[in-house]
Write a protein that binds this ligand. Structure first.
Ligand SMILES: [Zn+2]
Length: 350
């Protein structure tokens, strides 16, 4: 493994990677915020947008004396993640907006978490907000809010710990923060503004919020590098052309499940192109000819399945039509049902 990834580390010039770190305070003193995900249970995507908007407005109206904060993250087609947020208090006459571009290679989940962390940072650092004691953050990321409910985050533990530290600082100021899930893209003004700011953040020319990467994302990056290298070696390899026609893409986790061991054995022989056809037998000196006894052309797996005069060709064609799959080597040898049909139709050993 070390040899496989050494090339990756020799070339690596990406963002800093944050390893695991302890919370600065004892974990048993950590108090999780109140998280309200009731709307996620009450609404479904199939409900009309008007109904969703009405339910969401009703939820928002449950927090009349709070400072309302909307956060969002957005990913551009180029894979850049931006964050945005709106802080609004009508009673204090406050309206502040923030946006930024986080470290390249981050996920939308990280963006949503970074947006909430940034909002928490504003709560205890912006002097205009010092007079307020009650804050509610509306986020459309159910996965991030679930992390706050559980009190742990597997993919971004360090950033999550930073959010917990911010929450602890806010608690020291005797202020109170609640996190509430709301659905997105239903015309809720605060959410729309946060979404627009996040979109603008993603189109900023440079990273403005250095969230770095954490181990989970770094592992994915190493995996992408190795799979790309494996793919380029596989594509340009001089051997294995038969299997390459069936499996042109590496790293794809397809699992073929067969009814019996003989079916599985036959399937893998056909997929590898190494079985009892004359073209193979001749190579190892077990047959004097590589030609098909009926057609007088080289007897390969392709010939046997698609060109020969035997009944296998007819059965394969019928099964492909029945399953609406193309009559190609790749689709035939990737379908368990067609492979089972081939075994049933065989009147010889392969
Ligand atoms: Zn033939």
């Amino acid at each position: 493994m070390a040899v496989k990834v050494s090339e990756y580390f020799e070339r690596y010039q990406g963002p800093r990677v944050q390893g695991p770190a302890w919370l600065p305070m004892p974990p048993w003193t950590v108090k999780l915020p109140l998280v309200d995900t009731d709307l996620a249970r009450e609404v479904s995507k199939h409900q009309s947008p008007d109904m969703l908007a009405a339910l969401t407005r009703a939820k928002i109206s449950e927090f009349p004396e709070y400072v309302h904060i909307y956060t969002d993250a957005s990913r551009s087609p180029a894979g850049i993640v931006g964050v945005g947020g709106l802080v609004r208090s009508q009673s204090f006459g406050i309206e502040r907006r923030f946006m930024g571009r986080i470290t390249d290679g981050s996920t939308v989940y990280t963006g949503e978490l970074a947006a909430i962390t940034n909002a928490l940072y504003l709560i205890h650092t912006v002097s205009e907000l010092r007079g307020s004691r009650k804050f509610v953050i509306f986020s459309d990321s159910l996965s991030v809010l679930r992390s706050f409910e559980r009190g742990c985050c597997r993919t971004r533990p360090y950033l999550f710990a930073q959010a917990l530290v911010e929450l602890d600082d806010i608690r020291q100021m005797s202020a109170h923060v609640e996190l509430v899930w709301i659905p997105s893209h239903i015309g809720i003004q605060g959410n729309e503004i946060a979404d627009e700011l996040a979109g603008k953040g993603a189109s900023m020319p440079q990273v403005t919020i250095d969230t770095g990467l954490e181990l989970h994302e770094a592992y994915s990056d190493v995996e992408r590098f190795i799979v790309a290298k494996w793919q380029s070696e596989w594509t340009s390899d001089s051997t294995g052309s038969h299997l390459r026609k069936i499996e042109p893409t590496v790293g794809k986790k397809t699992r073929l499940v067969f009814r019996s061991r003989p079916s599985e054995t036959l399937a893998h022989r056909l997929r590898l192109g190494v079985c009892w056809v004359n073209a193979c037998l001749c190579k190892i000196g077990c047959s004097q000819t590589d030609l098909c006894s009926q057609c007088q052309v080289p007897e390969t797996v392709e010939h046997l399945l698609f060109q020969c005069t035997s009944n296998i060709v007819t059965r394969v064609k019928q099964k492909c039509e029945e399953l609406s799959i193309p009559l190609t080597l790749e689709s035939v040898l990737n379908s368990c049902l067609v492979l089972e049909t081939i075994r049933e139709a065989l009147d010889r050993r392969l």
